[in-house]
Design a protein around this ligand. Structure first.
Ligand code: NAD
Ligand code: 6OD
Length: 500
Protein backbone atom coordinates (compact mmCIF):
# COMPACT_ATOMS: atom_id res chain seq x y z
CA UNK A 1 0.00 0.00 0.00
CA UNK A 2 1.46 3.46 -0.88
CA UNK A 3 2.45 5.47 2.17
CA UNK A 4 -0.44 7.87 1.76
CA UNK A 5 -3.23 5.33 1.32
CA UNK A 6 -5.76 5.82 4.13
CA UNK A 7 -5.02 3.44 6.96
CA UNK A 8 -8.29 4.00 8.81
CA UNK A 9 -10.86 1.93 7.02
CA UNK A 10 -12.45 0.44 10.05
CA UNK A 11 -13.43 -3.18 10.32
CA UNK A 12 -11.76 -5.93 8.37
CA UNK A 13 -10.91 -5.06 4.83
CA UNK A 14 -8.41 -2.23 4.62
CA UNK A 15 -8.66 -1.96 0.83
CA UNK A 16 -12.27 -0.80 0.80
CA UNK A 17 -11.42 2.82 1.73
CA UNK A 18 -14.36 3.24 4.07
CA UNK A 19 -14.22 5.65 6.94
CA UNK A 20 -16.46 4.19 9.60
CA UNK A 21 -18.27 5.38 12.67
CA UNK A 22 -16.98 4.06 15.99
CA UNK A 23 -19.58 3.33 18.63
CA UNK A 24 -19.35 1.41 21.90
CA UNK A 25 -15.84 0.21 21.21
CA UNK A 26 -16.59 -1.15 17.71
CA UNK A 27 -16.37 0.15 14.16
CA UNK A 28 -19.87 0.15 12.70
CA UNK A 29 -20.41 -1.82 9.49
CA UNK A 30 -20.67 0.81 6.71
CA UNK A 31 -24.00 1.34 4.97
CA UNK A 32 -23.31 2.00 1.24
CA UNK A 33 -26.71 3.71 1.01
CA UNK A 34 -25.68 6.34 3.52
CA UNK A 35 -22.28 7.69 2.68
CA UNK A 36 -20.47 10.70 1.32
CA UNK A 37 -17.19 11.26 -0.52
CA UNK A 38 -13.88 12.01 1.13
CA UNK A 39 -12.10 14.32 -1.29
CA UNK A 40 -8.38 15.09 -1.44
CA UNK A 41 -8.24 18.91 -1.60
CA UNK A 42 -4.86 18.80 -3.35
CA UNK A 43 -6.19 16.83 -6.34
CA UNK A 44 -9.97 17.08 -6.12
CA UNK A 45 -10.12 13.28 -6.31
CA UNK A 46 -12.38 11.11 -4.17
CA UNK A 47 -10.29 8.66 -2.14
CA UNK A 48 -12.76 7.11 0.31
CA UNK A 49 -16.38 6.87 1.31
CA UNK A 50 -17.44 8.12 4.72
CA UNK A 51 -20.28 6.38 6.53
CA UNK A 52 -22.78 9.08 7.56
CA UNK A 53 -24.33 8.47 10.97
CA UNK A 54 -28.12 8.69 11.08
CA UNK A 55 -30.23 9.62 14.11
CA UNK A 56 -30.42 6.07 15.54
CA UNK A 57 -26.64 5.64 15.27
CA UNK A 58 -26.02 8.94 17.07
CA UNK A 59 -28.49 7.72 19.67
CA UNK A 60 -26.50 4.49 20.06
CA UNK A 61 -23.29 6.50 20.49
CA UNK A 62 -24.78 8.72 23.20
CA UNK A 63 -26.25 5.70 25.00
CA UNK A 64 -22.92 3.87 24.80
CA UNK A 65 -21.20 6.88 26.36
CA UNK A 66 -23.78 6.96 29.17
CA UNK A 67 -23.33 3.23 29.82
CA UNK A 68 -19.56 3.67 29.98
CA UNK A 69 -20.01 6.32 32.69
CA UNK A 70 -22.53 4.22 34.63
CA UNK A 71 -20.42 1.09 34.39
CA UNK A 72 -17.47 2.68 36.15
CA UNK A 73 -15.63 5.14 33.93
CA UNK A 74 -16.99 8.12 35.89
CA UNK A 75 -15.65 6.56 39.11
CA UNK A 76 -12.14 5.83 37.90
CA UNK A 77 -9.31 7.45 39.81
CA UNK A 78 -7.32 10.34 38.45
CA UNK A 79 -4.29 8.02 38.33
CA UNK A 80 -6.16 5.53 36.13
CA UNK A 81 -7.23 8.22 33.71
CA UNK A 82 -3.80 9.82 33.64
CA UNK A 83 -2.35 6.42 32.77
CA UNK A 84 -4.85 6.03 29.91
CA UNK A 85 -4.00 9.48 28.52
CA UNK A 86 -0.31 8.62 28.55
CA UNK A 87 -0.97 5.32 26.74
CA UNK A 88 -3.00 7.19 24.12
CA UNK A 89 -0.14 9.67 23.61
CA UNK A 90 2.27 6.73 23.23
CA UNK A 91 -0.17 5.06 20.81
CA UNK A 92 -0.36 8.15 18.59
CA UNK A 93 3.42 8.32 18.62
CA UNK A 94 3.67 4.66 17.59
CA UNK A 95 1.37 5.32 14.62
CA UNK A 96 2.65 8.83 13.99
CA UNK A 97 3.06 8.47 10.23
CA UNK A 98 -0.44 6.92 9.87
CA UNK A 99 -1.89 10.02 11.52
CA UNK A 100 0.23 12.27 9.31
CA UNK A 101 -1.00 10.37 6.26
CA UNK A 102 -4.64 10.65 7.26
CA UNK A 103 -4.33 14.36 8.03
CA UNK A 104 -2.52 15.21 4.78
CA UNK A 105 -5.01 13.18 2.74
CA UNK A 106 -7.99 14.93 4.30
CA UNK A 107 -6.65 18.50 4.29
CA UNK A 108 -3.96 18.72 1.60
CA UNK A 109 -1.69 20.43 4.14
CA UNK A 110 2.09 20.03 3.74
CA UNK A 111 3.37 16.80 5.22
CA UNK A 112 6.04 18.71 7.17
CA UNK A 113 3.37 20.79 8.90
CA UNK A 114 1.25 17.74 9.69
CA UNK A 115 4.29 16.22 11.41
CA UNK A 116 5.60 19.23 13.29
CA UNK A 117 2.33 20.92 14.22
CA UNK A 118 -0.81 18.82 13.91
CA UNK A 119 0.21 15.35 15.02
CA UNK A 120 2.96 16.50 17.38
CA UNK A 121 0.43 18.68 19.22
CA UNK A 122 -2.01 15.78 19.49
CA UNK A 123 0.60 13.81 21.43
CA UNK A 124 1.39 16.89 23.50
CA UNK A 125 -2.32 17.50 24.24
CA UNK A 126 -2.70 14.08 25.87
CA UNK A 127 0.55 14.40 27.84
CA UNK A 128 -0.14 17.98 28.94
CA UNK A 129 -3.64 17.22 30.23
CA UNK A 130 -2.37 14.09 31.98
CA UNK A 131 0.07 16.37 33.85
CA UNK A 132 -2.52 19.09 34.44
CA UNK A 133 -5.16 16.80 35.92
CA UNK A 134 -2.55 14.95 38.00
CA UNK A 135 -1.39 18.24 39.54
CA UNK A 136 -4.83 19.80 40.04
CA UNK A 137 -5.89 20.60 43.58
CA UNK A 138 -9.32 21.13 45.12
CA UNK A 139 -10.76 24.28 46.67
CA UNK A 140 -11.49 24.55 50.39
CA UNK A 141 -12.35 27.46 52.71
CA UNK A 142 -12.79 27.70 56.43
CA UNK A 143 -15.69 30.10 57.09
CA UNK A 144 -15.92 32.17 60.28
CA UNK A 145 -19.57 32.18 61.45
CA UNK A 146 -21.45 34.14 64.10
CA UNK A 147 -20.98 32.98 67.70
CA UNK A 148 -17.46 31.72 67.10
CA UNK A 149 -18.64 28.77 65.04
CA UNK A 150 -16.85 27.71 61.89
CA UNK A 151 -17.71 25.76 58.75
CA UNK A 152 -15.51 23.84 56.38
CA UNK A 153 -16.34 24.25 52.69
CA UNK A 154 -14.73 22.01 50.16
CA UNK A 155 -15.45 21.36 46.51
CA UNK A 156 -15.83 17.98 44.90
CA UNK A 157 -15.52 18.01 41.12
CA UNK A 158 -17.43 15.37 39.19
CA UNK A 159 -17.42 14.64 35.47
CA UNK A 160 -19.92 16.64 33.43
CA UNK A 161 -21.11 13.37 31.85
CA UNK A 162 -21.58 12.72 28.15
CA UNK A 163 -19.78 15.47 26.24
CA UNK A 164 -20.38 16.21 22.56
CA UNK A 165 -17.15 17.31 20.88
CA UNK A 166 -17.70 19.04 17.53
CA UNK A 167 -14.67 20.25 15.61
CA UNK A 168 -13.77 21.82 12.25
CA UNK A 169 -11.49 20.82 9.38
CA UNK A 170 -8.52 23.20 9.62
CA UNK A 171 -6.46 21.51 12.34
CA UNK A 172 -8.61 18.42 12.76
CA UNK A 173 -6.56 16.23 15.12
CA UNK A 174 -5.00 19.11 17.06
CA UNK A 175 -8.38 20.66 17.84
CA UNK A 176 -10.08 17.32 18.54
CA UNK A 177 -7.46 16.16 21.02
CA UNK A 178 -7.31 19.60 22.65
CA UNK A 179 -10.87 18.81 23.81
CA UNK A 180 -10.93 15.02 24.09
CA UNK A 181 -7.83 14.86 26.32
CA UNK A 182 -9.19 17.10 29.12
CA UNK A 183 -12.70 15.66 28.77
CA UNK A 184 -11.42 12.11 29.38
CA UNK A 185 -8.96 13.31 32.03
CA UNK A 186 -11.96 14.58 34.01
CA UNK A 187 -13.84 11.27 33.69
CA UNK A 188 -16.30 12.15 30.93
CA UNK A 189 -17.28 9.99 27.99
CA UNK A 190 -17.28 11.69 24.58
CA UNK A 191 -19.14 11.50 21.32
CA UNK A 192 -17.05 13.32 18.75
CA UNK A 193 -18.19 14.63 15.42
CA UNK A 194 -15.27 15.61 13.23
CA UNK A 195 -15.85 17.81 10.23
CA UNK A 196 -17.33 16.09 7.19
CA UNK A 197 -14.26 17.35 5.32
CA UNK A 198 -11.75 15.65 7.63
CA UNK A 199 -13.04 12.40 9.12
CA UNK A 200 -9.74 10.49 9.07
CA UNK A 201 -7.73 11.19 12.18
CA UNK A 202 -10.69 11.05 14.60
CA UNK A 203 -11.37 7.57 13.24
CA UNK A 204 -7.77 6.50 13.51
CA UNK A 205 -7.74 7.77 17.08
CA UNK A 206 -10.53 5.25 17.81
CA UNK A 207 -8.09 2.44 16.99
CA UNK A 208 -5.51 3.97 19.32
CA UNK A 209 -8.11 4.41 22.10
CA UNK A 210 -9.04 0.74 21.82
CA UNK A 211 -5.41 -0.40 21.84
CA UNK A 212 -4.72 1.86 24.82
CA UNK A 213 -7.51 0.19 26.80
CA UNK A 214 -10.19 2.89 26.80
CA UNK A 215 -13.35 1.14 28.01
CA UNK A 216 -16.12 0.65 25.45
CA UNK A 217 -18.23 3.76 24.98
CA UNK A 218 -15.72 6.20 26.45
CA UNK A 219 -14.71 7.46 22.98
CA UNK A 220 -17.26 7.38 20.15
CA UNK A 221 -17.05 8.91 16.66
CA UNK A 222 -20.02 9.83 14.49
CA UNK A 223 -19.52 11.16 11.00
CA UNK A 224 -21.69 13.53 9.04
CA UNK A 225 -22.64 17.11 8.38
CA UNK A 226 -24.17 19.79 10.61
CA UNK A 227 -27.85 20.72 10.12
CA UNK A 228 -30.10 17.71 9.38
CA UNK A 229 -27.22 15.35 10.04
CA UNK A 230 -24.98 14.01 12.79
CA UNK A 231 -24.09 17.47 14.15
CA UNK A 232 -27.69 18.45 14.74
CA UNK A 233 -28.71 14.96 15.96
CA UNK A 234 -25.93 15.14 18.53
CA UNK A 235 -26.50 18.66 19.83
CA UNK A 236 -30.27 18.12 20.09
CA UNK A 237 -29.87 14.78 21.87
CA UNK A 238 -31.31 14.84 25.36
CA UNK A 239 -28.55 12.56 26.62
CA UNK A 240 -25.82 15.15 26.06
CA UNK A 241 -24.60 16.91 29.22
CA UNK A 242 -22.46 19.56 27.52
CA UNK A 243 -21.09 20.62 24.16
CA UNK A 244 -17.58 21.72 23.39
CA UNK A 245 -17.47 23.22 19.93
CA UNK A 246 -14.86 24.74 17.66
CA UNK A 247 -16.03 26.24 14.39
CA UNK A 248 -17.61 29.28 12.86
CA UNK A 249 -19.54 31.84 14.86
CA UNK A 250 -22.71 31.19 12.81
CA UNK A 251 -22.62 27.47 13.63
CA UNK A 252 -21.91 28.31 17.26
CA UNK A 253 -25.19 30.23 17.31
CA UNK A 254 -27.04 27.18 15.89
CA UNK A 255 -25.48 24.91 18.49
CA UNK A 256 -26.53 27.33 21.23
CA UNK A 257 -30.11 27.24 19.99
CA UNK A 258 -30.00 23.43 19.85
CA UNK A 259 -28.96 23.06 23.50
CA UNK A 260 -31.04 25.97 24.84
CA UNK A 261 -34.22 23.98 25.61
CA UNK A 262 -32.19 21.65 27.87
CA UNK A 263 -29.91 24.44 29.22
CA UNK A 264 -26.65 22.55 28.63
CA UNK A 265 -23.25 24.21 29.14
CA UNK A 266 -21.25 25.11 26.07
CA UNK A 267 -17.63 25.95 25.43
CA UNK A 268 -17.19 27.77 22.15
CA UNK A 269 -13.99 28.50 20.23
CA UNK A 270 -15.23 30.40 17.19
CA UNK A 271 -14.02 32.58 14.36
CA UNK A 272 -11.55 35.44 14.35
CA UNK A 273 -10.60 38.52 12.36
CA UNK A 274 -7.25 38.97 13.97
CA UNK A 275 -5.11 42.08 13.84
CA UNK A 276 -1.36 42.56 13.83
CA UNK A 277 0.04 45.93 14.88
CA UNK A 278 3.51 46.68 13.55
CA UNK A 279 5.34 49.63 15.12
CA UNK A 280 8.10 51.45 13.27
CA UNK A 281 10.81 50.43 15.76
CA UNK A 282 10.74 46.79 14.66
CA UNK A 283 13.50 44.85 13.06
CA UNK A 284 11.77 44.64 9.68
CA UNK A 285 13.07 41.20 8.69
CA UNK A 286 12.06 39.66 12.00
CA UNK A 287 8.61 41.25 11.87
CA UNK A 288 8.06 40.18 8.25
CA UNK A 289 9.06 36.67 9.16
CA UNK A 290 6.53 36.51 12.00
CA UNK A 291 3.82 38.27 10.01
CA UNK A 292 4.23 35.92 7.05
CA UNK A 293 3.77 32.93 9.36
CA UNK A 294 0.71 34.51 10.90
CA UNK A 295 -0.94 35.28 7.55
CA UNK A 296 -0.04 32.21 5.49
CA UNK A 297 0.28 29.23 7.88
CA UNK A 298 -2.10 26.43 6.86
CA UNK A 299 -3.04 28.55 3.83
CA UNK A 300 -4.54 31.11 6.20
CA UNK A 301 -6.94 28.54 7.61
CA UNK A 302 -6.15 28.96 11.29
CA UNK A 303 -8.64 30.80 13.48
CA UNK A 304 -5.65 32.74 14.88
CA UNK A 305 -4.29 33.85 11.51
CA UNK A 306 -3.77 37.55 10.93
CA UNK A 307 -6.07 39.05 8.27
CA UNK A 308 -5.62 42.72 9.27
CA UNK A 309 -2.11 44.16 9.36
CA UNK A 310 -1.85 47.70 10.76
CA UNK A 311 1.60 49.14 10.01
CA UNK A 312 3.07 52.38 11.32
CA UNK A 313 3.46 54.64 8.31
CA UNK A 314 7.27 55.05 8.35
CA UNK A 315 7.84 51.30 7.76
CA UNK A 316 4.69 50.59 5.75
CA UNK A 317 6.39 50.16 2.37
CA UNK A 318 9.24 48.07 3.76
CA UNK A 319 6.85 45.74 5.56
CA UNK A 320 4.60 45.49 2.52
CA UNK A 321 7.53 44.70 0.23
CA UNK A 322 8.85 42.10 2.65
CA UNK A 323 5.47 40.40 2.94
CA UNK A 324 5.01 40.37 -0.84
CA UNK A 325 8.42 38.68 -1.22
CA UNK A 326 7.42 36.11 1.40
CA UNK A 327 4.08 35.45 -0.29
CA UNK A 328 5.77 34.97 -3.64
CA UNK A 329 8.38 32.68 -2.07
CA UNK A 330 5.84 30.21 -0.71
CA UNK A 331 6.08 26.83 -2.38
CA UNK A 332 2.66 25.52 -3.39
CA UNK A 333 3.15 21.97 -4.58
CA UNK A 334 2.39 18.34 -3.83
CA UNK A 335 1.67 18.20 -0.08
CA UNK A 336 3.68 14.96 0.17
CA UNK A 337 6.86 16.76 -0.91
CA UNK A 338 9.13 17.68 2.00
CA UNK A 339 9.80 21.12 0.48
CA UNK A 340 6.18 22.20 0.06
CA UNK A 341 5.25 25.07 2.36
CA UNK A 342 1.67 25.77 1.37
CA UNK A 343 -1.29 23.54 0.55
CA UNK A 344 -4.66 24.19 -1.07
CA UNK A 345 -7.80 25.46 0.60
CA UNK A 346 -9.97 22.74 2.08
CA UNK A 347 -12.54 22.57 -0.73
CA UNK A 348 -13.79 24.13 -3.94
CA UNK A 349 -16.71 25.56 -1.97
CA UNK A 350 -14.36 27.32 0.42
CA UNK A 351 -12.22 28.56 -2.48
CA UNK A 352 -15.31 30.07 -4.13
CA UNK A 353 -16.00 31.92 -0.88
CA UNK A 354 -12.45 33.30 -0.71
CA UNK A 355 -12.60 34.33 -4.39
CA UNK A 356 -15.81 36.17 -3.67
CA UNK A 357 -13.90 38.31 -1.14
CA UNK A 358 -11.11 38.82 -3.67
CA UNK A 359 -13.57 40.12 -6.24
CA UNK A 360 -15.32 42.40 -3.77
CA UNK A 361 -11.97 43.74 -2.48
CA UNK A 362 -11.10 44.88 -5.99
CA UNK A 363 -14.55 46.41 -6.42
CA UNK A 364 -14.01 48.28 -3.16
CA UNK A 365 -10.84 49.81 -4.63
CA UNK A 366 -8.17 47.56 -3.15
CA UNK A 367 -4.75 47.42 -4.75
CA UNK A 368 -3.65 43.79 -5.09
CA UNK A 369 0.03 43.73 -4.13
CA UNK A 370 0.33 40.06 -4.99
CA UNK A 371 -1.91 37.09 -5.70
CA UNK A 372 -5.60 37.24 -6.44
CA UNK A 373 -5.72 34.22 -8.73
CA UNK A 374 -5.22 30.49 -9.14
CA UNK A 375 -1.65 29.22 -9.35
CA UNK A 376 -0.62 26.96 -12.23
CA UNK A 377 -0.58 23.54 -10.55
CA UNK A 378 -0.18 21.12 -13.48
CA UNK A 379 -1.26 17.62 -12.37
CA UNK A 380 -2.80 19.09 -9.24
CA UNK A 381 -5.04 21.58 -11.03
CA UNK A 382 -8.16 19.71 -9.83
CA UNK A 383 -7.33 20.82 -6.29
CA UNK A 384 -8.61 23.93 -4.54
CA UNK A 385 -5.43 25.98 -4.88
CA UNK A 386 -5.33 29.73 -4.47
CA UNK A 387 -2.62 32.38 -4.58
CA UNK A 388 -1.59 34.07 -1.33
CA UNK A 389 -2.96 37.57 -1.62
CA UNK A 390 -2.17 40.95 -0.05
CA UNK A 391 -4.21 44.12 -0.37
CA UNK A 392 -3.69 47.78 0.36
CA UNK A 393 -6.27 50.54 -0.01
CA UNK A 394 -8.98 48.96 2.17
CA UNK A 395 -10.28 50.44 5.42
CA UNK A 396 -12.03 49.11 8.49
CA UNK A 397 -15.35 49.88 6.80
CA UNK A 398 -14.84 47.29 4.06
CA UNK A 399 -16.30 43.81 4.48
CA UNK A 400 -12.94 42.20 3.61
CA UNK A 401 -11.55 43.88 6.75
CA UNK A 402 -14.58 43.10 8.92
CA UNK A 403 -15.52 39.51 8.02
CA UNK A 404 -13.49 36.36 8.59
CA UNK A 405 -12.25 35.12 5.21
CA UNK A 406 -10.18 32.12 6.40
CA UNK A 407 -7.73 32.10 3.53
CA UNK A 408 -4.14 33.23 2.78
CA UNK A 409 -5.12 36.87 2.55
CA UNK A 410 -4.49 40.08 4.48
CA UNK A 411 -5.25 43.78 4.20
CA UNK A 412 -2.36 46.14 5.01
CA UNK A 413 -3.49 49.44 6.53
CA UNK A 414 -1.24 52.32 7.69
CA UNK A 415 -1.50 54.12 11.06
CA UNK A 416 0.32 56.99 12.74
CA UNK A 417 -0.19 56.82 16.50
CA UNK A 418 -0.47 54.08 19.12
CA UNK A 419 -3.98 55.23 20.03
CA UNK A 420 -5.07 54.98 16.40
CA UNK A 421 -3.61 51.47 16.11
CA UNK A 422 -5.39 50.28 19.28
CA UNK A 423 -8.69 51.75 18.08
CA UNK A 424 -8.38 50.16 14.63
CA UNK A 425 -7.39 46.75 15.99
CA UNK A 426 -10.26 46.71 18.50
CA UNK A 427 -12.78 47.86 15.90
CA UNK A 428 -14.17 44.37 15.22
CA UNK A 429 -17.03 42.12 16.30
CA UNK A 430 -14.52 39.33 16.92
CA UNK A 431 -12.03 39.02 19.79
CA UNK A 432 -9.81 36.01 19.38
CA UNK A 433 -6.17 37.02 18.91
CA UNK A 434 -3.84 39.93 18.22
CA UNK A 435 -0.11 40.24 17.64
CA UNK A 436 1.96 43.30 18.45
CA UNK A 437 5.33 43.73 16.77
CA UNK A 438 7.67 46.23 18.48
CA UNK A 439 11.12 46.50 20.02
CA UNK A 440 9.75 48.70 22.81
CA UNK A 441 8.61 46.14 25.36
CA UNK A 442 6.85 48.70 27.55
CA UNK A 443 4.69 49.59 24.56
CA UNK A 444 4.33 45.90 23.72
CA UNK A 445 2.88 45.09 27.17
CA UNK A 446 0.64 48.16 27.11
CA UNK A 447 -0.87 47.55 23.68
CA UNK A 448 -1.18 43.78 24.18
CA UNK A 449 -3.17 44.34 27.38
CA UNK A 450 -5.48 46.80 25.64
CA UNK A 451 -6.48 44.30 22.94
CA UNK A 452 -10.02 42.98 23.47
CA UNK A 453 -8.92 39.46 22.59
CA UNK A 454 -8.51 36.10 24.30
CA UNK A 455 -4.81 36.14 23.49
CA UNK A 456 -2.39 38.95 22.59
CA UNK A 457 1.06 38.00 21.40
CA UNK A 458 4.07 40.32 21.46
CA UNK A 459 6.77 39.59 18.85
CA UNK A 460 5.46 36.10 18.24
CA UNK A 461 2.43 34.26 16.91
CA UNK A 462 0.78 30.89 17.73
CA UNK A 463 3.20 30.29 20.59
CA UNK A 464 1.07 28.17 22.90
CA UNK A 465 1.21 27.37 26.59
CA UNK A 466 -1.40 24.67 27.19
CA UNK A 467 -1.92 25.69 30.83
CA UNK A 468 -3.01 29.22 29.86
CA UNK A 469 -6.60 30.18 29.07
CA UNK A 470 -7.50 29.93 25.39
CA UNK A 471 -10.67 31.29 23.79
CA UNK A 472 -12.19 34.48 22.56
CA UNK A 473 -14.44 37.44 23.25
CA UNK A 474 -17.40 38.70 21.23
CA UNK A 475 -18.15 36.61 18.14
CA UNK A 476 -15.00 34.56 18.87
CA UNK A 477 -16.48 32.44 21.59
CA UNK A 478 -17.74 31.68 25.04
CA UNK A 479 -15.52 30.49 27.87
CA UNK A 480 -11.90 29.46 28.00
CA UNK A 481 -10.16 26.10 27.78
CA UNK A 482 -6.59 25.25 28.67
CA UNK A 483 -5.08 24.14 31.98
CA UNK A 484 -7.49 24.44 34.90
CA UNK A 485 -9.95 26.31 32.68
CA UNK A 486 -10.53 23.04 30.83
CA UNK A 487 -10.91 21.16 34.09
CA UNK A 488 -13.59 23.64 35.14
CA UNK A 489 -15.59 23.24 31.93
CA UNK A 490 -15.41 19.44 31.91
CA UNK A 491 -16.48 19.03 35.56
CA UNK A 492 -19.51 19.88 37.66
CA UNK A 493 -18.57 21.09 41.15
CA UNK A 494 -20.46 20.29 44.34
CA UNK A 495 -19.62 22.52 47.29
CA UNK A 496 -19.85 20.55 50.55
CA UNK A 497 -20.37 22.75 53.61
CA UNK A 498 -19.81 21.12 57.02
CA UNK A 499 -20.53 23.02 60.21
CA UNK A 500 -17.75 22.25 62.64
P1 NAD B 1 -18.24 25.10 10.80
O1 NAD B 1 -18.83 25.92 11.87
O2 NAD B 1 -18.86 25.11 9.47
O3 NAD B 1 -18.18 23.56 11.24
C1 NAD B 1 -17.57 23.15 12.43
C2 NAD B 1 -18.17 21.82 12.83
O4 NAD B 1 -19.55 22.01 13.17
C3 NAD B 1 -18.16 20.76 11.74
O5 NAD B 1 -17.91 19.50 12.33
C4 NAD B 1 -19.56 20.83 11.19
O6 NAD B 1 -20.01 19.64 10.57
C5 NAD B 1 -20.35 21.10 12.45
N1 NAD B 1 -21.65 21.73 12.24
C6 NAD B 1 -22.03 22.56 11.23
N2 NAD B 1 -23.32 22.94 11.41
C7 NAD B 1 -23.74 22.35 12.56
C8 NAD B 1 -24.97 22.36 13.28
N3 NAD B 1 -26.03 23.07 12.87
N4 NAD B 1 -25.06 21.64 14.42
C9 NAD B 1 -23.99 20.94 14.87
N5 NAD B 1 -22.81 20.87 14.22
C10 NAD B 1 -22.69 21.58 13.09
O7 NAD B 1 -16.72 25.54 10.71
P2 NAD B 1 -15.62 25.04 9.67
O8 NAD B 1 -15.91 25.68 8.36
O9 NAD B 1 -15.49 23.56 9.79
O10 NAD B 1 -14.28 25.68 10.33
C11 NAD B 1 -13.85 26.98 10.09
C12 NAD B 1 -14.33 27.90 11.20
O11 NAD B 1 -13.89 27.41 12.45
C13 NAD B 1 -13.74 29.28 11.08
O12 NAD B 1 -14.74 30.22 11.40
C14 NAD B 1 -12.66 29.31 12.14
O13 NAD B 1 -12.32 30.57 12.65
C15 NAD B 1 -13.28 28.47 13.20
N6 NAD B 1 -12.26 27.95 14.10
C16 NAD B 1 -12.14 28.51 15.35
C17 NAD B 1 -11.15 28.05 16.22
C18 NAD B 1 -10.93 28.63 17.59
O14 NAD B 1 -10.19 28.05 18.36
N7 NAD B 1 -11.51 29.76 17.92
C19 NAD B 1 -10.31 27.03 15.81
C20 NAD B 1 -10.46 26.50 14.53
C21 NAD B 1 -11.45 26.97 13.67
O1 6OD C 1 -3.69 25.77 19.99
C1 6OD C 1 -4.83 25.48 20.37
O2 6OD C 1 -5.06 24.88 21.43
C2 6OD C 1 -5.99 25.90 19.56
N1 6OD C 1 -7.20 25.64 20.06
C3 6OD C 1 -5.77 26.48 18.36
C4 6OD C 1 -6.79 26.91 17.51
C5 6OD C 1 -6.51 27.20 16.23
C6 6OD C 1 -7.51 27.63 15.33
O3 6OD C 1 -7.59 27.29 14.16
Amino acid sequence: MPAHEPAFNGPGDTSAAWVSNFVDGEFVEPDPGRSFDAVDPATGKVFAQVHEADGPLVDRAVNAARRALDQGWADTTVQERVALLRRVADGIERRFEDFVTAEVRDTGKPVTQARTLDVARAVQNFRAFADIVAAAGEESYLSELAGGRRALNYTVRKPLGVVAVIVPWNLPLLLLTWKVAPALACGNAVVVKPSEETPGTATLLAEVMREAGAPRGVYNVVHGFGGGSAGQFLTEHEGIDGVTFTGSSATGASVMRAVAPRVRPVSFELGGKNAAIVFDDVDVDEAVDGLARSVFTNTGQVCLCTERVYVQRRVFDEIADGLVRRAQGLRMADPWSETTTTGPLISQTHRAKVFDYMASAEQAGATVLTGGGVPAMGDLSGGSWIEPTLWTGLTNKDREVREEIFGPVAALIPFDTTEEAVTLANDTDYGLAAAVWTNDLRRGHDVAQRMRTGISWVNTWFTRELRSPFGGAGLSGIGREGGEHSLHFYTEPTNVCVQL
